[in-house]
Design a protein around this ligand. Structure first.
Ligand code: COA
Length: 317
């Protein structure tokens, strides 16, 4: 993982919009988040995250044959951020593309990378999830600006030597009919960049929070069960549950519905806020570097986001 140095607390936000630390903590569990500097962009974190993942895996960048970057807040609309990662790590001529599935993007990326490996079309796949949502949030909208943070995380996928290790299964879903629940309407071909579009605030994230909340709880629980069942597992078999870190209340509600073992749910939303596609790999890295995931343990990763999209992956560590 790689995150900006600057920490923005709820007290800092109290000076910016009509909000309180108490409101933010009670409704979301968020206490602080990381925020990129004005001159920092996604690749300032996506590249070091990829470097660190390769170093941990003991894989040379030149041996990487596929790079996937999940993001909806790239440095530039095009070319893809994954191409900058590919160049930086020296994965000469390897295919590279970005994946747009918002907060669910990292898990979509892991599923895709695993498919390439299973099909024998790639040996070493770098999957990055990274976002700079503080750059596209409306800093006058208290209902959204308090929620998000910046950062990136990455993994290296390789074929496992044994059949009972690695990405054991996954479930991926989308419902495009609810595309307007969380969106950034401006800046594309529907509302191209113009003074009028910006005056209308369409270049910012808009969200119907309450509806999103309800959908998220239901879908996160459903898709987790589906992915586990696909591997012949039950929630009680999970050693580590890594849910998308959007909101503490969503995480608690999903944990209750799913009935994963006590103490298995990892939570860091209090320190990072919602980092979208980066939230699951950041949490995974924290757990792993702390030595808390043991070989052979079952890790369940689940996310939900704009699209709507939702997905879950089961990994035998
Ligand atoms: N500080 C103080 N008050 C705030 C506030 C803030 N930062 N943001 C909203 N409010 C106010 C609203 O204006 C509203 O006031 P009103 O009753 O006078 O109109 C009140 O709080 C309740 O707003 P509501 O949106 O109904 O609150 P909520 O309980 O649904 O919580 C969210 C709002 C955003 C925290 C919650 O809906 C949520 O977490 N949704 C999911 C968001 C998410 O995770 N999205 C990403 C998914 S990937």
């Amino acid at each position: 993982m790689a995150v900006p140095e600057r920490v923005v607390t709820n007290a800092d936000l109290e000076k910016l919009v009509d909000t309180t630390d108490e409101w933010i903590v009670t409704r979301t569990g968020i206490r602080e988040r990381r925020m990129a500097a004005p001159d920092e962009a996604l690749t300032d974190f996506a590249l070091p995250a990829a470097d660190r993942a390769l170093e941990m895996a003991g894989v040379a960048g030149t041996d990487v044959d596929l790079v996937i970057c999940a993001t909806v807040s790239p440095d530039r609309i095009f070319p893809a951020t994954s191409c900058a990662v590919q160049d930086h790590i020296g994965a000469l001529d390897a295919p590279a593309f970005d994946l747009s599935a918002a907060c669910t993007g990292f898990i979509y990326g892991v599923a895709l990378g695993a498919q390439f490996i299973e099909a024998g079309r790639a040996r070493n796949v770098v999957v990055v999830g990274g976002e700079m949502l503080t750059k596209i949030v409306d800093w006058t909208d208290r209902a959204t600006c308090v929620l998000f943070g910046d950062g990136a995380g990455a993994v290296v996928l390789q074929a496992a030597a044994e059949d009972d290790r690695g990405v054991m299964g996954y479930a991926l879903h989308a419902d495009g009919s609810l595309g307007d629940l969380i969106e950034r309407p401006g800046g594309g071909s529907r509302a191209p960049i113009s003074h009028e579009m910006i005056d209308a605030g369409q270049h910012h994230i808009t969200m119907r929070g309450n509806e999103t909340f309800k959908k998220a709880v239901r879908r996160l629980a459903e898709v987790s069960e589906e992915a586990l069942a696909g591997c012949g597992l039950e929630p009680l078999d999970v050693d580590w549950f890594i849910p998308h870190q959007a909101n503490r209340r969503i995480i608690d509600a999903v944990g209750q519905r799913l009935a994963v073992p006590e103490g298995s749910t990892y939570v860091n939303v209090d320190r990072y806020g919602n980092t979208s596609a980066a939230s699951v790999p950041i949490a995974l890295d924290e757990l792993n570097r702390a030595g808390r995931i043991q070989p052979g343990q079952t890790v369940l990763m689940t996310a939900f986001g704009s699209g709507l999209t939702w997905a879950s992956a089961v990994v035998k560590w």
